[in-house]
Design a protein around this ligand. Sequence first.
Ligand code: GLU
Length: 428
Amino acid sequence: MAGQTNAFEMAQRQFDHVAGLLHLDPQVAEILRWPMREFHFRIPVRMDDGSIRVFEGFRVQHNDARGPNKGGIRFHPAETIDTVRALAMWMTWKCAVADLPLGGGKGGVIVDPATLSTPEKERLCRGYIDVMWRNLGPRTDVPAPDVGTTPQMMGWMMDEYSKLVGQYTPGVITGKPLGSGGSMGRTEATGFGVIYTVREAMKHLKLDPARCRAAIQGFGNVAQYAAIGFTELLGGKVVCVSYWDRDDRCPYTVSKEDGIDPRFLMSITDQYGTINKSQASAAGYRIEEGGEWIRKEADVLIPAALEGQINAETVQLIHERVKLVAEGANGPTTPEADEVLRERGIFVLPDFLCNAGGVTVSYFESVQNDMNYYWSKGEALSRLDDKITTAFEGVLEMSLQQQVSMRDAAYMVAIDRVVKAMQLRGWI
Ligand code: GLU
């Protein structure tokens, strides 16, 4: 999914670079540059026509020194063991940088969920748990939604797990629907978290959000709430979003010079993130084929789709006005492109800091499940803002102190915390 770049090699390269800066003991580095456990398995699913289809699934548990493994499950046709390994490793750093008492994990199934009926999706979700349940649990490994998976799917997985263990266990999975153990604010959490970090970065860069324009890649859960947050919380203008068109099998950029209305666009977007082009153009939006979002004249770029999108080629297309890149996606920038951004003096909010809002509210969800007492949306979002702002401040301080990029600084903070936990537990 990362084009030319293997996502896991990219994650290891980023880690090796900072392990060098930290003079990390090579034996300790060797533990951290690989996942602790990996599960590769097959999930037979009875299809609606009576046939059986076998899906390939993965769960990778990268490191649990700081607490149970935590991270989403993706349903995507281009999933591989290496994308899941990279994403699991990034989850370890994400939970550590946000100072959550959790480790890192990730799951995936090679499937395009849009090709399945609702009952087939339910059977696939239950099948995933039937294979994995012995190695999941509130104190073991706690999945969540990601690309291609939804709160309803988390609800089915929680139900299957609860049946297998013979006890209602909401804390086995997060991102569940409201009314079924979900937390208020979880839907908005990742996109709003992105915007809280953008707000703090803008203060640091002395930019006035009300005068700023943002271009967003993607229009899934993260992009939608990043667009709402940028316009409604910061008062800025979002000039475009992009999406993958399922029928035409290509990306489109949907723009409006005087600013898009994210809530209107959401109202004409289907559950897989495809925007209705005729309704958008009737409402005065410009629709361009391809990845035009990256060329837009904007102050802020928010890649909020898949990994490897800002690479050696596309980085050349970035407009000279851009001052800030906020990585809503996991791994959107390749190391080559990162170097170019650094040379151009563009401030980068690295993925595992920028998009830590989702897992932070997932953590709040599991805390509420344990207490069996649920917070208001205001409480969940204000605690999220506190956590994310504190994480940003810690990383910025490290970056200024050590004279390194925000990405390297985020890695330094995270690796320090994980190594410390491994020492305290007597592993090293
Ligand atoms: N899938 C999200 C991420 O990449 C959320 C993970 C979670 O909530 O556990 O951060």
